[in-house]
Design a protein around this ligand. Sequence first.
Ligand code: PLP
Length: 401
Amino acid sequence: MDYVNGPGRNHLFVPGPVNIPDQVIRAMSRNNEDYRSPAIPALTKTLLEDVKQIFKTTSGTPFLFPTTGTGAWESALTNTLSPGDRIVSFLIGQFSLLWIDQQQRLNFNVDVVESEWGQGANLDALASKLAEDSAHTIKAICIVHNETATGVTNNLSTVRKILNQYNHPALLLVDGVSSICALDFRMDEWGVDVALTGSQKALSLPTGIGIVCASPKAIEVSKSAKSVRVFFDWKDYLKFYKMGTYWPYTPSIQLLYGLRAALDLLFEEGLDNVIARHNRLATATRLAVEAWGLKNCTQKEEWHSDTVTAVVVPGYIDSSEIVRRAWKRYNLSLGLGLNKVAGKVFRIGHLGNLNELQLLGCLGGVEMVLKDVGYPVKLGSGVAAAAAYLQNTTPLIPSRI
Ligand code: PLP
C-alpha cells in the first residue's frame, strides 16, 4: 500500500479533491435509510431548491447524479445534442482536452479551438466562427470555465456577449467543476444552458455527486436530442420530480446529508464572502510566487484563476520531484503538472473549505521543498509577501462578527 500515515494533518493543496469540513464529515457519518420514506424526498426537495443558489439561477433545473465531473460532462452533452451535431470546444489544458475527447467519442462533430497552455479560450476565433455560421450549423459552445491544469479562468460573460452579438442560438455548455462555489458564476445572467460541477471541488464534499443544472431552453432541447443515454437521462429524473419521490435509482444517502451540511456552511459564510475569500487566498499565493522569483503558468492577469495556481519551475528542476518531496518530507500534497506541462509546473490548489493560516502553512512548505530541490529561494520570502497581504485584507469571520 502506498499510503503511509504522517504526524499531524496532511496539508491537502491539490486542486480537488479538497478538505472536507468536520461538520460535513459528521453529517455523513450515519446509517443507510430507506430512500422511499418521506425523509429523503423532503431532504432532496430542499437540496434541489438550495443548490440553485450556487449556480445563481432561479430558472434552472438541477440534477444530482451519483457520479463525478466526467459523468456530469456526459449528462450535459447527451441530453442536449444528437450524434453528428457540430459543436465548438476550446482546448486550453488537460481537462478541456479530456472533455473534447469525450465529445469526439460521443460522435459529435467538434471544431477544436486550441490555445497555448497558459492562455484562455480564443474568443476571437469564436466570433469568426459564429460570423460565418448564418445557417446556424453550430449547435453548442463547450467551454471549461476554469482550466484546473493551468490555472486559467475564461470570461463567460464575454462568451455570452459574442453569442448575442451574432444572435446565435447555439447552446452554451459550461464545465464549472473547479469554479462553481469559488468563483463568480452567474448561470442566468450569462445565459448558460447547462452548467455542471463535482462535489469534491469547491463544495468540499467527497467525490460522488455530479451536479448538472439545465436552463429551460436546455430542458426543451433535451426532448428531441437523439444521443443515447440511460443512466444520465434527465427525463427519468423529471418523471420522479413530478411524482415527488425524486430518485429514479438509489441515491447516496450519506452524500445527500453531506451536501445539506456543505450548503449550510456556504450560506452561513455567504456566497459573496466565499468568492472574496477565494480571491484573497489566490492573490496571496500569486504574491508568494512572485516573491520566489517564479512564474505563473497563466500568461495574462485577466485569466488568473482564484482556485488553482500553476507555478512554472526553472528548466533544471523536475516539478514532479517537488510534488513527491512535499508529500514525503512535509506531509504537503501539491498538484502535479499534467500532460504538456508535466515536469514543468506544480499546482497549488486553493479552493474549498480553506483559510489564511492553512495557506501560509502550504506556502512555507513549498519554500522548503524549493530549497530541497536546489532552487535558490529565500526562506520566508513568499510567506512574508502573502502574510503582509492577508494581514491587511482578511475580514472578521462573518459568523463571528
Ligand atoms: N473538469 C475539470 C475542470 C476538472 O478539474 C476535473 C477534474 O479535476 C474534471 C472536469 C473531471 O472531474 P472528475 O475527475 O470528477 O471526473
